[in-house]
Design a binder for this molecule. Structure first.
Ligand SMILES: Nc1ncnc2c1ncn2[C@@H]1O[C@H](COP(=O)(O)OP(=O)(O)OP(=O)(O)O)[C@@H](O)[C@H]1O
Ligand SMILES: [Mg+2]
Length: 225
């Protein structure tokens, strides 16, 4: 059974300033959503709140199944947020992919096999022993996706995953995200532009003036225009 996330009456303020107030937002199993909006409207803040990395000033977020308690500051184990600037740990590319698996207490042999599969999945085999910090922006983004992939996310938040990437890297990231979606994960992608990656998405949400609105038009009409 897949994950379902429901957010209700989510309000975020910084001091006197209300960034957004969102009545209802739902993400269901296998869905792909594009969250668009101008710089500074609150896309990153909203996705971090939905992923459990930041707290709203008011409101509730429920993830089913397996949510412990009601609102919790800890992440749901199957909900993963990937930062706007891909975050890599010191150590090799392999070490980076193995990190989350070690935390889960998986056996060394199984970790080795899973890391190898992830390297192939993300086409990072040639970089396996390179220092992760030495990777290019596009390669780091693929590494971040590979690190998420080994944890089999049910819901993945990708924050501007194609910012600063050239066309070829956008295509590589798009291919990986498409594979995640085909594998059943729900994905929410924030981006202030449309590009080949956002075309993967079935739903289009716009964050503007502190509200989220859903496009009433079929996706093809938006992107083929
Ligand atoms: N901890 C904080 N304290 C005060 N203001 C903050 C804080 N975090 C974010 N903001 C403000 O909230 C607004 C929304 O920021 P956020 O990073 O969520 O926007 P964004 O839509 O992701 O922008 P971008 O497209 O540039 O990534 C910005 O004006 C930002 O300065
Ligand atoms: Mg942002």
């Amino acid at each position: 059974m897949g994950l379902e996330l429901t957010a209700s009456n989510i309000v975020k303020r910084f001091g006197e300033r209300e960034l957004f107030s969102i009545e209802q937002l739902q993400v269901q199993e296998g869905e792909s959503l594009h969250l668009s909006g101008d710089n500074g409207v609150g896309k990153t803040t909203l996705m971090k709140i939905l992923a459990g990395l930041d707290k709203p000033c008011a409101g509730r977020i429920n993830v089913t199944p397996n949510m412990k308690g009601r609102w919790s500051t800890s992440l749901h184990p199957k909900v993963i947020y990937l930062h706007q600037t891909p975050y890599v740990f010191s150590g090799s590319v392999k070490d980076n992919i193995a990190y989350g698996l070690k935390l889960k207490g998986i056996s060394r042999g199984q970790i080795k096999r899973t890391v190898q599969s992830a390297l192939e999945w993300a086409r990072l085999e040639e970089f396996a022993d390179h220092a992760a910090h030495s990777l290019s922006g596009g390669e780091k983004q693929r590494l971040a996706l590979a690190r998420a992939w080994v944890l089999t996310p049910g819901l993945l938040f990708l924050d501007e995953p194609t910012a600063n990437l050239d066309k070829q890297s956008v295509d590589s990231v798009t291919e990986l995200v498409r594979k995640m979606v085909d594998g059943g994960a729900a994905v929410m992608i924030s981006s202030h532009q449309t590009n080949p990656l956002t075309e993967v998405c079935q739903r289009s949400l716009l964050l503007a003036d502190g509200k989220v609105s859903e496009s009433q038009f079929p996706k093809e009409m938006l992107f083929d225009a």
